[in-house]
Design a protein around this ligand. Structure first.
Ligand code: BEZ
Length: 278
């Protein structure tokens, strides 16, 4: 995650980010005895769920407040303060898991390379991030509200790839893609009438940073007005999230090829694609 978070508020008002990922943990299928990294662990809620399976968990985040919160849950020695573009682990892991974090990392090729290097041969990379089209309605409303105030459209800090783009990246990074899904996930926001403004305050600070302070409340209110026809449903704000979810298996790459890992990767590939065991 990016630096500068209010971890307490994130947990209280945006806990849905982890709550909606329980089936991603099921897809990961963590096992006792495995070693698993949660990349971009936030407050460590999902990493704690993975640890409950008996797996040994490493968790990593770039934000000091998130790392402090995750250390409360997981213990100080299991949580690393590090950048997803540039990290190394004390030991190879069997799986890398990531939820709602990869879109905050603007150089995905570097991230995929670090994940590949972290995995033991045959290891799996199971993740979900914002996909193409994610929060289009929010961004369009904000851009229009800013234009009305004579402000240029903000540059977005996120990376929301298409399935094809991310598949290409994974394959180039030495993975075989066992599963790739792109789907809409309309996401109800907490906070009543102020929920969209709260979402912008928590996640969109870099978008609103260029708005002069005396105009900010006006622009945010106008954003809500413009977004309402697409995002207000039955009196609630519902964010137009799109997810990209995938399972990728570390193939034999330079310096990582292992005869022991290959059968495991092949077995996983069959399981993930629903094929029977021979
Ligand atoms: C997301 O999870 O899709 C997301 C969250 C905050 C900002 C941008 C995207």
């Amino acid at each position: 995650m990016a630096a500068g978070w209010d971890a307490d508020r994130y947990q209280r008002q945006f806990g849905f980010v982890s709550a909606m990922a329980s089936d991603l943990v099921e897809l990961l299928d963590p096992r006792a005895g495995e070693t698993i990294l949660d990349l971009g662990c936030g407050t460590g809620e999902l990493a704690a769920g993975i640890a409950a399976s008996g797996a040994r968990v490493w968790a990593l985040d770039a934000d000091p407040a998130m790392v402090a919160a995750a250390r409360e849950r997981l213990g100080p020695e299991r949580v690393l303060l590090a950048d997803g573009h540039n990290f190394t682990l004390p030991e190879p892991v069997d799986a890398v898991f990531s939820n709602a974090a990869l879109h905050w990392m603007p150089r995905p090729g570097a991230v995929v390379a670090r994940v590949r290097a972290a995995l033991a041969p045959g290891g799996r990379f199971v993740a979900e991030l914002g996909g193409a089209g994610n929060i289009d309605a929010i961004l369009a409303a904000l851009g229009a509200a800013m234009a009305e105030s004579g402000l240029p459209a903000p540059a977005t800090p996120w990376y929301f790839p298409t399935p094809g783009q991310y598949t290409t990246l994974l394959e180039a990074g030495g993975f075989r893609v066992a599963r790739m899904e792109h789907f809409a996930r309309p996401t109800p926001l907490q906070g009543g009438d102020r929920a969209l403004a709260d979402w912008l305050a928590m996640f969109g600070r870099s978008l609103t940073a260029e708005i002069p302070a005396d105009l900010r409340a006006l622009v945010v209110a106008r954003t809500a007005e413009l977004a309402a026809p697409r995002l207000r449903r039955d009196g609630r704000w519902v964010a137009d999230y799109w997810r990209l979810r995938f399972v990728a298996l570390a193939g034999p790459g330079p310096g990582t090829a292992s005869p022991a890992g290959a059968p495991k990767a092949a077995k996983l590939q069959r399981q993930m694609s629903g094929q029977r065991e021979p």
